[in-house]
Ligand binder design. Structure first.
Ligand SMILES: Cc1cc2nc3c(=O)[nH]c(=O)nc-3n(C[C@H](O)[C@H](O)[C@H](O)COP(=O)(O)OP(=O)(O)OC[C@H]3O[C@@H](n4cnc5c(N)ncnc54)[C@H](O)[C@@H]3O)c2cc1C
Length: 230
């Protein structure tokens, strides 16, 4: 449906059609949304990305889909449409339980809206058994505004640690207003380790998943400190 395959940059957001393939989005954005650019190479293989769409990845409602944590960190909204019209709701309010959502029967995800401007410090850490072409054990996406060494806003999306993809609200609160220092990162990593309700399965134990959450924030701090201070 052409209505689901548009990509538009508007004044306050980028609207990405839900039925564009990941490869099409990657080429059209051409690195313009760095967090998405970091997601694509880690999402399955080119073969799958040539067919897979954001609508399908979110539509399955899987707690380990890789686009959800990234789009949560980007503070994205969904445009839902049916014969009665359209509604826009934050992705953070979309998932209601394991493979469940507020989407009504007959309703489609028409598009994903990513608000502008983008946060400058972003990262997507996918922890899986294989480096490429594997399902996430844990996925963590970060989008931080750091100004004059202070964390102004923090948005963190998590996959694989609850029945749904979730925002890491307690960790975001532990970061906001604090200096982007090793001490802040360590304190917030302790909070992040306690987020969600991870379970043990054949991919990873609950303890490993929690440990990886904390580790991902320490890694982000290590990777960004030089860029922020320079
Ligand atoms: C080999 C392989 C590797 C994979 N690796 C990854 C990976 O690394 N990371 C990851 O996240 N996923 C991975 N996946 C799964 C991936 O989520 C799907 O392949 C893809 O994202 C689903 O998109 P699709 O367009 O094919 O959806 P479909 O399979 O067509 O649809 C999936 C579900 O979503 C619904 N749906 C589709 N579009 C919409 C819409 N616009 N509005 C509402 N509902 C809709 C459908 O009705 C269906 O219920 C992998 C799959 C395979 C086969």
């Amino acid at each position: 449906m052409p209505e689901l395959r548009e990509l538009r940059v508007e004044s306050g957001h980028i609207e990405i059609g839900a039925a564009l393939t990941l490869t099409e989005i990657e080429r059209r954005l051409d690195g313009g949304v760095p967090l998405l650019a970091e997601l694509f190479p880690q999402f399955a293989s080119r073969l799958i990305r040539n067919g897979a769409t954001l609508g399908g990845n979110l539509g399955t409602g899987s707690p380990i889909g890789d686009s959800a944590p990234v789009l949560l960190a980007l503070d994205a909204s969904l445009v839902l449409t049916d014969a009665d019209g359209e509604r826009v709701l934050p992705l953070a309010d979309y998932f209601t339980g394991y493979r469940q959502s507020v989407r009504r029967p007959g309703e489609l995800i028409r598009a994903v809206r990513v608000p502008l401007p983008l946060s400058p410090v972003t990262a997507f850490h996918k922890i899986a058994k294989r480096r490429f072409d594997d399902i996430s054990s844990v996925a963590v996406a970060f989008a931080l505004d750091i100004e004059d060494g202070l964390v102004r806003t923090a948005r963190i999306g998590l996959g694989g640690v609850a029945a749904t993809p979730i925002r890491s609200l307690a960790t975001e609160a532990a970061l906001e207003g604090k200096p982007w220092s090793a001490r802040t990162a360590e304190a917030a990593a302790r909070v992040l380790r306690g987020e969600g309700t991870p379970m043990s399965d054949h991919r990873a134990s609950a303890l490993y998943r929690s440990a990886m959450l904390g580790q991902s924030l320490l890694k982000l701090h290590a990777q960004t400190t030089e860029a922020v201070s320079s």
